[in-house]
Design a protein. Sequence first.
Length: 376
Amino acid sequence: MTKLSNPAAGRNTKLLELDIVRALAILAVVLIHGTSSATVEPTEGSASQIMFYILNVGSSFAVPLFIMISGIVLFYSYDGRWNARTAVVFYRKRAVSLVIPYFIWAFFYHVFNQWVNTRELEMDWPGFFGKLGWGEWSYHSYFMLIIFQMYLLFPLFMTLVNRTTWFRKWLIPCGLLIQEGFYVYRRFSEGVPYSDRLAPTYMAYFLIGGAIGLYYPAVKAWVEKHKLLTAAAWLVAGASYVSLFLLSRYKHIYAEITWYEVLWILYVTAAALFFMQAGRFLQSRFPRLSRPLVSIGVCSFGIYLIHPAFLTLYTIMWKNPTTILMYDLYTFGRYAAILVASWLVVYLYGKIAGLFKRKPEQQASKTYASGRTTGM
């Protein structure tokens, strides 16, 4: 089939505002983990617990947003230049950026968790390899499995986009059909083991991101024209999504489960559009203010990998206070501490690693296709 004309062909400009989006997403990831215990530990129904519960549920856009960013970057980068040679380069880079870190960090957490729990080190190789398949070596490892599956499927999607008219036009409906079809199957069947780690559960986010990447200039112009609408959509969708959880937990009023799924998709999509606009605004109007966020965004994948270790250490070193006020301060302090510690380690590692690169100027000139395509 003849290859189609391509609105994104020839573009390799970095989408710098996505570093801001990454930063906001990783801030939400750390907030989810940093407040998880606070959603159950204070007195049930107390103002403190409700506050942390709202923050925790309200941050649930984080992982789907990272998946959407991956879709944006990949489709934006490879549209118009996908062939057998770029496919080989694509998989080689993904092996270095994702597969190798997966095994390294799996080993780290296998040893770290054993030491934390028992203060002893004994390498249980069967146990270690048994946890690799479904990412059971840590509670945050499932994201890497999802991204790995998206990478495996991406060449198929990119080929269809470049060689068929219908798939390019119907990218978002196809993503919704796959995700919601899998949702319906899970709901009306006996369930699917590890469904939270399977690509179909998140396919709408990936392909919505893909559509944004394919038509990024047009999407950017539309959001710029309707910036208040995107902000309002994010706030309304987020408030509605969080309200469903508040009503079910504290008032025992339960909405039909499909509303959770629908609002989640709307919330994440609106967050992506609003944060992209916010990122451009901050970088153009407040460059100094945006620099810390850009740094966090650049370091987001490393922060994601290491922050659970700092969270564990913080919890061991400082016990929960007995008063509500001190507990609130303790929880916010924990969040700030693990975020800063994680960022600092990743930042310093990047600086030190940069000293050993022979030609750092070549690293700076890489195209976006070789950049942070993990979405982090």
